[in-house]
Design a protein around this ligand. Structure first.
Ligand SMILES: [Zn+2]
Length: 459
């Protein structure tokens, strides 16, 4: 559910919930923020042999993040596969939508609903659920293949029945969320054919904010088990409170949660989610199991950075602005497409239920074109959080530079990230800077040296 499905399509709200509502530490491995990791065997002796970490002195010129040959080969293949699946997912969505339009499936579904009832809202209730299910189902082959790859590389330990259960829950949520939203959209299109994109955008804003607010309390627990960190790991909470105090923050322990990720994945993660009363820091149990305590401090320091720098709110404002532009462009494009292909696709106008496929087609294309902008914004926030985390642990660990580097190397190895991703792929798909970039920055960032000053803390 939390994955970015590669095609943002009609899932712009779902995408908002997953991307804007969370600022996670790891995954530069394309746009996902729920990720996976490396085979158990490697994780067990993670600090020793999975990756090479140069010593403090040796970092000045070389690349800090390297992998041993066997892992390197796997990482390069996997990084390539992730990119292919991401770009391929968008191409696949566009192709299926065009095929459905050419075969007049949306028009046929509309005709069927019109034969059953004359009431427009009832037609919508008959048209939208199967349409929504079709748009989700069309990405299912790629989803299944993705899960197969993650299991094959040991990144996922989730059984197929459990995975299928999660998919069904996500489908159900999509139906419940999008049926009324799309009903509303078509009602607005009818009322204001010229300005519907603007009114609809205004209507989605409170829905998005509400979604981000309830997501950690209602949606996330449907997929994973959460418990107060204080209950499961009181010692860690004491350490984290020291870190918060040291950073001059007030983050009560009631805002810290542990997620039982080990049931499904082997990767490490922590993230900040929610707004207002639901705002919280979540740490995966795998992170606590696999990282030494000073590196956990860095990971949580990074999350505290998101927390205090108000990245969720900034993300929301950014998402809202991008959505406005996307809807404006979609409006213009759909009007033209419907006018041009009216006869071929059997669509009467933009307010026709069957025009939903055209709306999704245009929205998919513009979302894809906008993803480098959204990801650049996300990478900027992530870089800020990296700096914050490294500065926050100064005085609490022996060497913040080494701690941050080690954490990045562990992260990269666990997610099988290639050390040198293609810069264009990074630009287009990565929500976080590449691990090489993050580790190299950490290795050379020491604001406590004479003549330099920290960005977020006083010396
Ligand atoms: Zn982050």
């Amino acid at each position: 559910m939390r994955r970015d499905y590669g095609f943002l399509v009609f899932c712009f709200l779902m995408a908002t919930l997953s991307c804007a509502a969370q600022n996670s530490i790891p995954s530069s491995a394309h746009n996902q923020n729920l990720d996976a990791a490396l085979p158990q065997a490697h994780v067990q002796n993670s600090s020793a042999n999975i990756a090479t970490l140069p010593t403090d002195e040796a970092t000045s010129n070389s690349n800090v993040y390297t992998l041993p040959p066997d892992l390197l080969a796997k990482a390069i293949t996997l990084t390539r596969l992730r990119a292919i699946l991401s770009f391929g997912g968008t191409a696949w969505s566009i192709a299926v939508l065009l095929l459905a339009l050419a075969l007049r499936w949306p028009a046929r579904l509309r005709d069927w609903t019109e034969r059953i009832t004359r009431r427009r809202w009832l037609q919508g209730l008959l048209f939208l659920p199967p349409a929504i299910l079709f748009f989700i189902a069309m990405s299912l082959p790629l989803e299944i293949y993705s899960q197969h790859v993650e299991r094959a590389y040991g990144l996922s330990v989730q059984s197929w029945p459990s995975w299928t259960g999660d998919q069904c829950k996500a489908w159900l949520i999509s139906l419940v969320v999008f049926t009324p939203i799309l009903l509303l959209m078509f009602w607005i299109i009818r009322k204001s054919p010229q300005r519907w994109w603007l009114w609809f955008w205004l209507c989605t804003l409170p829905v998005i904010v509400f979604g981000v607010f309830i997501s950690p309390m209602w949606i996330d627990p449907m997929f994973n088990h959460f418990s107060p960190l204080e209950k499961s790991d009181p010692q860690l909470v004491v350490q984290l409170e020291r870190l918060a105090q040291h950073a001059g923050l007030e983050i009560p322990p009631s805002r810290m949660f542990l997620m039982r990720a080990s049931e499904k994945v082997t990767g490490l993660n922590a993230y900040v989610t929610g707004i207002g009363a639901s705002k919280r820091i979540v740490v995966w149990d795998t992170t606590i199991q696999k990282l030494p305590s000073d590196e956990i401090l860095f990971v949580v320091g990074h999350e505290m950075g998101h927390y205090v720098l108000e990245h969720i709110y900034k993300g929301l404002v950014f998402t809202a602005l991008v959505l406005l532009v996307l809807l404006g462009l979609t409006y213009r494009c759909v009007a033209w497409l419907v006018h041009r292909y009216r006869a071929q696709w059997g669509i009467r106008g933009v307010d026709d239920w069957a025009a939903l496929a055209v709306l999704l087609l245009a929205f998919t294309c513009f979302s894809f074109l906008f993803s480098p902008i959204a990801n650049s914004f996300s990478r900027w926030e992530e870089h800020q959080a990296d700096i914050y985390g490294q500065e926050a642990i100064h005085g609490l660990v022996a060497s913040p530079r080494m701690t941050a580097q080690k954490a990045f190397v562990a992260l990269g190895s666990v997610y099988l990230e290639a050390p040198h991703p293609n810069p264009w792929i990074e630009f287009w798909l990565y929500s976080h800077p590449s691990i090489s970039r993050r580790a190299n920055f950490a290795a050379h960032y020491d604001p406590w040296l004479a003549g330099r000053s920290p960005r977020y803390f006083s010396k």
